[in-house]
Design a protein around this ligand. Sequence first.
Ligand SMILES: Cc1cc2nc3c(=O)[nH]c(=O)nc-3n(C[C@H](O)[C@H](O)[C@H](O)COP(=O)(O)OP(=O)(O)OC[C@H]3O[C@@H](n4cnc5c(N)ncnc54)[C@H](O)[C@@H]3O)c2cc1C
Length: 269
Amino acid sequence: MRILAENADRAKILAGGQSLVPMQNLRLARPEMLVDINGIDSASFVMVDSDVLRIGALARHIQVEEARVPGPLGGLLEEVGRQVGHLPIRLRGTFCGSLAHADPAAEWCALLATAKGNVVARGLGGDRVIAADDFFDTAFTTSLALGEMVVEARLPVLSEDWRFGTAFLSRRAGDFAVVLVIALIRVVEEKVAEARIGLGGVSDRPVRARSAEAMLVGERLNRELLEHAGRAAADGVEPLGDLHGTAEFRRHLVKVLVPRALSNAWGLG
Ligand SMILES: Cc1cc2nc3c(=O)[nH]c(=O)nc-3n(C[C@H](O)[C@H](O)[C@H](O)COP(=O)(O)OP(=O)(O)OC[C@H]3O[C@@H](n4cnc5c(N)ncnc54)[C@H](O)[C@@H]3O)c2cc1C
């Protein structure tokens, strides 16, 4: 921590290197110093601590994917984790590195936002816990201060009344999704008691489709309602276009993928 803090304006942490090294190759990042954290074995943990899943700074994507966490969160991590790049990337890249890198289309960033997780940041002054909503500032930018490191990410373990569904569209298998949707619904007496819909690839950071979420609460889901929710979610985003998809295409994907993720969560088939 001391080396990082003393060189904060010229050093970068090297974790799995699956984003930083390609950026260095392309000369998009030119850090004067790399602080390699790969020797810190004690940072590789993935553990459930009462009702919180704790993921250490060096836990690789594959460890999180295969963590076998009890309840719906375990299945959700497996399903979302499988979408992160290719196997070699998942063997090397880290969950916390993905959060720190803050790609707006990154699966783990969307998951942290949807599941209302936290990040523990450490600097010379001590630790602070940052809620997902306060962590992602804009594309590739977080609220980490210079010299601070993510030492841990925390996700609440989901009780059995939560159900999840996901929907992704990538140009090729293993590519970043053009748009991704993670839906979480808590179902009590066959009605939605709580809903969260996280979207990646439609803004400068992961966002929630809050108007669509609100229209689901107290309802039993059916196809008509899901289509309404998809339209509400699409109306609520202002996507940017790039070479992977125009703004209109991304909006269309939100309209189509939100019902699909919700349908998977509810079990409409
Ligand atoms: C071909 C390819 C396809 C990919 N596809 C996907 C995909 O589909 N979905 C997806 O989400 N990602 C994808 N990735 C990115 C991959 O998930 C990276 O592993 C991840 O974005 C960064 O994690 P890392 O451990 O490799 O971090 P690094 O590359 O080591 O670091 C990335 C950045 O985060 C900083 N950093 C790392 N760890 C910390 C920390 N603990 N605290 C503070 N700062 C830190 C570094 O200084 C650097 O700025 C892909 C990468 C490649 C090469």
